[in-house]
Design a binder for this molecule. Structure first.
Ligand code: NAD
Length: 471
């Protein structure tokens, strides 16, 4: 059996590496139109950082795992074609800002149809709107010259989380495969199931109909993001009343109906998926006339925006409402720890909010490059119209400096803002940092990972999300 995957990104690369690693009898080829990305997959410097990824790639690469730009050849030869291309939010036209842009998906489907001379199982690995398989089937069927070539479409959404992708792939809570309830649909499900059964117990492989599987992925991300927005909304109430959000989270999390995971208050969720997938869900609800349901899910995104805005306003307010010309050190730029991914990271909005008030920003992140940070901060507009600057100023690029060392980044700074929960930040010598900073020295812990009592005993003024304020 030969598997070909179209798209060598954060999902296609790691998932195929794991399949190849666990299934030595299957040849796996990952193809991409981005030649630089493929070259990096074939090198010692992989294009993405994930703990454990390099070891898995190294073990399988050249044995039964290959990365190539020859999309046509490998798609033509594949028995199972995974499609793991990007499905971003549409930026223009009908549904702009909400609907999924399926340009890349349709391009992949046209490619599959045009080169196929043998029947194929086509697997939706990308996150797509419910009912996408119906559209894809039409594109495949009507663009394939040979009427004897059959296409069976399966939905096999990916539930991995960046930062723990390899663990999630090696021991997933579940694998979901959706297919048609026809004989050929069930046969195709069986083929894909046999791939995963190389290492995943069959009771963890769930089968569903196509539409349920497609909708399950959007729903899973919406529920995860909703939990974060729910606890973040409570963090605002905690600050207003003197309650402590960590104590509240612990108290409710011990209820087995609620559970304790994903209840950390933070400066907001980020990453390429949560916001995009909720907005897509909102759009689908609107198009089928379910306005109340759309509004319900939209509020999850609104609370996330509010949390980032609230954090910046709290910083400015605490620093005597004047941050112009002051150095502020941002610790962490990735959207979460153990990844170098900055897509939709809350750090972008927080930095832009501070820059709009004329602050000088020093940034340190263990895995994000200087070029990436400058690129992220130069793109797009503000997420919110900052009350003091709406329409008057745009962030100045020369007010951002990126450092390779946390201590250097903190020197002469008026404040530290922790925006990513990297473990190494907990081990910093905060006495040394305090001594090198301007006074009063502020800490704004946007992840609640630091020892606030210790920081206060050193002399810092501490603001922690959802926690009682300094007297
Ligand atoms: P990505 O942007 O990192 O990778 C997509 C790749 O597809 C790119 O390298 C692009 O060049 C390639 N591509 C696009 N069109 C192509 C074509 N016609 N032929 C060959 N290559 C093509 O995206 P990603 O983060 O890997 O996400 C892929 C999908 O998986 C998205 O739908 C996303 O929503 C979903 N998803 C992502 C995550 C995550 O954590 N990143 C988790 C679960 C699901």
């Amino acid at each position: 059996m030969k598997i070909t995957c179209i798209g060598a990104g954060y999902v296609g690369g790691p998932t195929m590496a794991m399949i190849a690693y666990k299934c030595p009898d299957i040849q796996v080829v990952v193809v991409d139109i981005n030649a630089a990305r493929i070259a990096a997959w074939n090198s010692e410097e992989l294009p993405i950082y994930e703990p454990g990824l390099f070891e898995v790639v190294k073990a399988a690469r050249g044995r039964n795992l290959f990365f190539s730009t020859d999309t046509q050849k490998h798609v033509a030869e594949g028995d199972i074609i995974f499609v793991s291309v990007n499905t971003p939010t549409k930026t223009r036209g009908v549904g702009a800002g909400k609907a999924a842009d399926l340009t890349y998906w349709e391009g992949a489907a046209r490619l599959i149809a045009s080169v196929s001379t043998t029947s194929k199982i086509v697997v939706e690995k990308s996150t797509v709107p419910v009912k996408t398989a119906e559209a894809i089937e039409k594109v495949l069927r009507r663009n394939c010259a040979d009427p004897n070539v059959a296409f069976e479409i399966l939905s096999n959404p990916e539930f991995l989380a960046e930062g723990t992708a390899m663990e999630d792939l090696a021991m997933p809570d579940r694998v979901l495969i959706g297919g048609k309830e026809t004989e050929s649909g069930q046969r195709a499900i069986g083929v894909l199931k046999s791939v995963y059964e190389h290492w995943i117990p069959s009771e963890r492989i769930l089968c569903a109909n196509l539409w349920s599987a497609e909708l399950s992925k959007l729903t899973a991300n919406a529920f995860l993001a909703q939990r974060i927005s729910s606890i973040n909304s409570i963090s605002a109430l905690c600050e207003a009343t003197g309650a402590d959000v960590q104590q509240v989270a612990h108290s409710i999390g011990t209820d087995t109906r609620i559970g304790g995971k994903f209840l950390n208050a933070s400066v907001g969720f980020g990453g390429s998926c949560f916001q995009k997938d909720i907005l897509n869900l909102v759009y689908i609800c609107e198009t089928v006339g379910l306005k109340q349901v759309a509004d319900y899910w939209n509020s999850v995104v609104q609370i996330n925006d509010y949390q980032k805005q609230r954090f910046v306003e709290r910083m400015i307010d605490a620093m005597f409402n004047t941050i112009s010309g002051k150095k502020i050190t941002v610790l962490g730029f990735a959207f979460k720890k153990d990844t170098g991914d900055t897509r939709e990271t809350p750090a972008i909005d927080v930095c832009k909010g501070l820059m709009a008030d004329n602050a000088m920003i020093n940034i340190y992140d263990p895995k994000v490059t200087e070029a990436q940070i400058h690129n992220d901060l130069s793109l797009g507009k503000f997420m919110w119209d900052h009350p003091t600057t709406a329409g008057t100023k745009s962030p100045r690029q020369n007010s951002v400096s990126v450092f390779k060392d946390a201590y250097e980044a903190c020197k002469d700074s008026h404040a530290l803002a922790v925006l990513t929960e990297w473990d190494e930040f907990k081990r910093l010598n905060f006495q040394k940092i305090y001594d090198s900073m301007m006074k009063p020295a502020f800490v704004f812990d946007g992840r609640n990972i630091l020892d606030h009592a210790q920081l206060r005993s050193i002399g810092f003024i501490v603001y922690a999300l959802g926690k009682p304020l300094d007297p």
